[in-house]
Write a protein that binds this ligand. Structure first.
Ligand code: PAF
Length: 448
């Protein structure tokens, strides 16, 4: 049995009756089961002579017929629904049935082309199809129906695709243009695999900057030996589509060799801060981060660079570096975006198996207990840490790496949460996956 999708349309006579009649014929023909039919929707005719509006629908079929046999039954159904030959291409008709997809087959014969050669450009096919199977993949483009529909809408609304730049000279040329035109640049540095957390940064940049630039670069210098550099998730095509969707102007996605020459030997180190907490377990991590960011700031000359509060220690180091080196970039830090159960969004969440994923919100729950106890008046860091430790111990596979309450700027451990507030930083492992999270006590969480 093969799952096939067909499009149906009618713009002459009793349109609804014609479509139902065609579907009845398919259902009775033998070898075809109609799984679902979308709602019928009225659409404006595309191409052909001036003609009345159409009623369109899509249907999912399961069939044991070959694609050619199915086409023959569909043509019979058109005739039975009242279609008469007119000889007018794309002219009005009582019934028009198109085979859009036949499993994941690609067929190109004189009689039949599958996937239907024009379905990606037709909202009257994609819209009802998206009702039935939004995640279904077009075997030719690899895009889902939902993505194809979004792209079509974007093309129609004149939205331009995010421009992909992969080389430093091309990036320099683009940035020179922004300087000449006095455009402000908002930079969102990422390692790709974009998720809602990144999108919230991009949306914020879109509101305040003339040009929004996203970098996708899995920066090798911030990974230590034995870490996940080789298996770090990558999905550049999808990232580009997501970036376009939220109005990014440029995606800078250089290959590693473009950013680091073989003899690269210059690093930026925020001394002291880089060896605390995450830096204790990952000794070269932060110098990799601050080095790549310095390079990206030099190349893109942003007015503002956007980061998530989830990597709190990283944001503290970046602000210190920008101050110390007069880099002249405003660092905007936005709230952590979470799943419904509190797990902070991270590309590394993809590594979690089902059991680990179930336990992963424990970090958030521990931070929430600290917030609640702090609200209730508790100021002793030892007591707050104890309460969090108790919550964490309920997740059998969670192995804490560190749990500290620190000064929000210096990151130095505190014994009592004082006037200036505190940051609660937490890291640990679930299986092979390292997770981090944090919250702020007595200080406003990061700006929105
Ligand atoms: O937070 C990250 O994804 C990375 O550390 C950054 C800031 C993009 C530098 O590679």
């Amino acid at each position: 049995m093969v799952t096939a999708y067909i499009g149906l349309g009618s713009n002459l006579g009793d349109r609804e009756r014609n479509l139902k009649c065609a579907l009845d014929h398919l259902a009775q023909a033998g070898g075809i089961e109609i799984v679902t039919v979308s709602s019928f929707r009225e659409t404006v005719p595309v191409g052909g002579p001036s003609q009345p509006p159409y009623l369109n629908a899509a249907a999912e079929l399961r069939t044991e017929l070959s694609a050619e046999e199915l086409l023959t039954v569909m043509q019979d159904a058109e005739r039975i629904a009242g279609r008469r030959p007119t000889g007018v291409r794309w002219g009005p008709r009582e019934a028009d049935l198109d085979l859009i997809l036949y499993g994941d087959a690609t067929i190109d014969t004189e009689r039949l082309v599958v996937p239907h050669p024009r379905f990606r450009d037709r909202a009257f096919v994609l819209e009802p199809l998206a009702d039935l199977a939004p995640e279904l993949e077009d075997p030719v483009s690899g895009r889902t129906i939902h993505e194809l529909l979004l792209e079509l809408m974007r093309r129609r609304s004149g939205k331009r695709n995010a421009r992909l730049i992969e080389t430093v000279p091309e990036l320099r040329e683009y940035v020179d243009m922004t300087v000449r035109n006095r455009f402000t640049v908002g930079l969102i540095p990422t390692m790709g695999c974009l998720h809602e957390g990144h999108l919230s940064l991009i949306r914020a940049a879109r509101k305040t900057c003339d040009k929004v630039l996203v970098s996708l670069f899995v920066n090798p210098t911030q990974f230590g030996p034995g870490e996940d550099l080789e298996r770090y998730p990558m999905q550049q095509e999808k990232d580009l589509r997501m970036a376009t969707e939220v109005g990014v102007d440029v995606v800078f996605a250089p290959p590693a060799g473009e950013m680091y020459a073989e003899d690269h030997c210059t690093f930026v180190t925020v001394m002291g801060l880089d060896s605390l907490h995450c830096g204790a377990a990952r000794p070269t991590h932060f110098r990799g981060v601050t080095t790549i960011l310095t390079k990206l700031f030099n190349l893109t000359r942003p007015r503002v660079a956007f980061f998530g509060q989830k990597d709190y220690q990283q944001t503290v180091l970046i602000r210190k570096m920008v101050d110390d080196l007069d880099q002249g970039v405003r660092i905007a830090v936005l709230p952590t975006v979470r799943e419904a159960d509190g797990l902070a969004l991270s590309s590394r969440n993809l590594y979690l198996d089902a059991g680990e994923r179930d336990q992963a919100p424990v970090l958030y729950r521990a931070l929430t207990i600290a917030e609640e106890r702090f609200e209730a008046g508790e100021r002793s860091c030892a007591m707050l840490i104890d309460a969090m430790g108790e919550v964490l111990s309920k997740a059998p596979d969670f192995e804490p790496e560190y749990l500290v309450i620190v000064h929000p700027d210096t990151l130095a451990p505190m014994t009592t949460v004082a006037e200036e507030g505190a940051a609660v930083l937490l890291a640990g492992r679930l299986g092979k996956t390292r997770l981090i999270d944090n919250t702020l006590l007595g200080v406003t969480q990061c700006e929105d």
